[in-house]
Design a protein around this ligand. Structure first.
Ligand SMILES: CC(C)(COP(=O)(O)OP(=O)(O)OC[C@H]1O[C@@H](n2cnc3c(N)ncnc32)[C@H](O)[C@@H]1OP(=O)(O)O)[C@@H](O)C(=O)NCCC(=O)NCCS
Length: 150
């Protein structure tokens, strides 16, 4: 059974490694993943300043999502599924949590700066293309931006 629960301070290193393993499913090399480490590190400040949730199955963390809200705009900072658990509905569960969380906190739109290989997932979830945005990890790289009106 899958359950969603708040992320805990004592599991931040493990959750960070989950995010990095998940990012690597698209075939990036080690140097690329290393360049993403700072951006994908989940910190105590993230726990205090945003909404962070872990998807847990049989006592194991199998997914992580993070949403920040400022004014009427929410940002999906992270959505990462354990590689062995892809395509089993966990991403959708975390997406629904992110949408509900953003709406509950007063946001009118949710923005996602997506990995190019994840963009079709967000379109499947109902988000619309909304231009591009600079990567926070790789200078000069641009990412597809998607938006969902809430
Ligand atoms: C993108 C990601 C979060 C999707 O999670 P998931 O658990 O595999 O997705 P789900 O099983 O919940 O899929 C929900 C639906 O989206 C579809 N889908 C999932 N991934 C997809 C993809 N990459 N492209 C197109 N459709 C996709 C599924 O087929 C399913 O369709 P359905 O409506 O017919 O059931 C996951 O692939 C992931 O963690 N990728 C690596 C890290 C990453 O890039 N994260 C996003 C950072 S912006």
């Amino acid at each position: 059974m899958l359950r969603l629960r708040p992320a805990r301070a004592d599991e931040l290193p493990a959750v960070t490694e989950l995010c990095l393993r998940s990012k690597a499913v698209w075939g990036y090399d080690a140097a690329f993943i290393a360049a993403c480490r700072t951006e994908l590190t989940v910190t105590l400040d993230d726990l205090r300043g945003s909404c962070c949730v872990v998807a847990e199955q049989a006592g194991e963390a199998v997914g992580f999502a993070q949403v920040s809200v400022a004014g009427d705009t929410a940002v999906l900072d992270k959505l990462f599924i354990e590689p062995a658990c892809l395509r089993s509905g966990i991403g959708r569960r975390l997406w629904v949590w992110a949408v509900e969380t953003a709406g509950r906190l007063g946001a009118r739109r949710l923005l996602i700066d997506a990995d190019p290989d994840a963009a079709d997932f967000y379109r499947r979830m109902g988000a619309r293309p909304a231009g591009t945005a600079p990567s926070g990890s790789i200078p000069g790289r641009r990412l597809p931006r998607l938006a969902l009106d809430l």
